[in-house]
Each structure stands twice: as C-alpha cells, then as structure tokens.
Design a protein around this ligand. Sequence first.
Ligand code: GRF
Length: 224
Amino acid sequence: MQKIAVCVSGGGTNLQAIIDSIADGTVKNTEIAVVISNKASAFALERARMAGIPGICINPKEYADKEQFAAAMTGTLKEYDVSLVVFAGYLVVVPDGIIKEYRNRIINIHPSLIPAHCGMGYYGLKVHESVLAAGNKVTGATVHFVDEEADHGPIILQKAVNVYEGDTPEVLQKRVMEQAEWKILPEAINLIGEGRVYIEDNIVHIRQDSDSVLPLSSRGGLKQ
Ligand code: GRF
C-alpha cells in the first residue's frame, strides 16, 4: 500500500479526482495519508475533511527561512510515512532540499503539454490564456516528476485536448481539467503504486504489467 501526500493551494478538484478514483477502485494499492496546503482557506482542505483525510496547513510564510519550512514539510511527510508526494495545484516554490530528499518521488500536474506554456508564471488561467494567444489547436495536461526547475522534470503521462473556436480561458481550463487532468493524475498515481514506472536516461518508461519490462522505446517487440 503506497501512502501519498497531496499538496494543494486551491479548490482541490484534482484532489477530489484522486479521492474518487481510490474510492471506485480505479487507483489501487494507494491511501491518501495526508493533505497539505499552504493556505488554511483552501477548499481542498474542506474536501479532505469531508473525506475523513487529515488536512494540515503548512504556510511557508510562517517560517523564518526556507530551511525551516522544508524541515516542517519533510517532518510531516515522514510522520505520515509518505512514499509519494503529489502536487495538485500547489502554488509553492519547493525548497531544493525537499526535492533532493524525495528525488523522483514527487509528481506534479500541469495544465498544458509540457514543454509548451509552462515554467515560472504559468499557472491557473494564465496557461490557457497563453494557449489561446498562441492560436494552438490542441492543448492538454502533463504529469511529471518534480525537479529543481518549474514544470521541468521527466514526463510520466500526457493527454491532449482540443481547442475550439470561441474558447475562453475559463471554458478551456474546464475542458482540460475534465478530459485530461482528472484522468491522468490518478492514472499516474496508480502506475507508480503498481511499480510500473521507471526512469532511464531521464526518460520515463511504463512497464506493461508488474512483471515484464517493456519500455516504451521497445514497443512492438521484446527488448533484445
Ligand atoms: C489545475 O488546473 C492544475 O493543473 C494546476 O492548478 C489547478 C488546480 O486546480 N496545477 P484544483 O485545485 O485541483 O481544482
């Protein structure tokens, strides 16, 4: 059973998708041990409470420096025996110390097809405004491992979503959430929980099942 921490800052619809996917059996072998938010007012904490999941506010602004904030975060992750950290709309610049300690054990959902429309300053509606301003006909969402750069670590899953004539940023955001984010984030958690995700040369590969090893690069035939 993998124990995950879900880190949130806002409404928590991605958290809710994880809660619902565990409840309906789509995500196996996984328990949300704790939900952590930097904002006490985040509705995501209310979603955790309604689901009977411990919710904790760890606000970086309440710590003297980033080292003390990092210690509070890692202390909580250890207290709850967390093996996978999930950033689901978590708008905090995470200290490098946490990323090093949880190398390739922190994943993030970003509402575009990385490396497009991502990086510092690309969050929430700004992402979709950028997609529309670029005239893209397709956008989507990405789940990736977190490294020291924003929206930059090895990509685990992506899902494309159409952009339609007349889309507003709000309409596009909702479509990307419904058709992509709320599907690939639980799917990535499930794959990791089944031990089917591994990284070679900074590229993520997904085993077809828990036994065989069929890296994506060898699709269509067993790797010699
Ligand atoms: C989502 O669009 C996610 O991709 C981005 O922030 C938003 C969070 O939404 N990182 P919610 O809090 O999960 O509803």
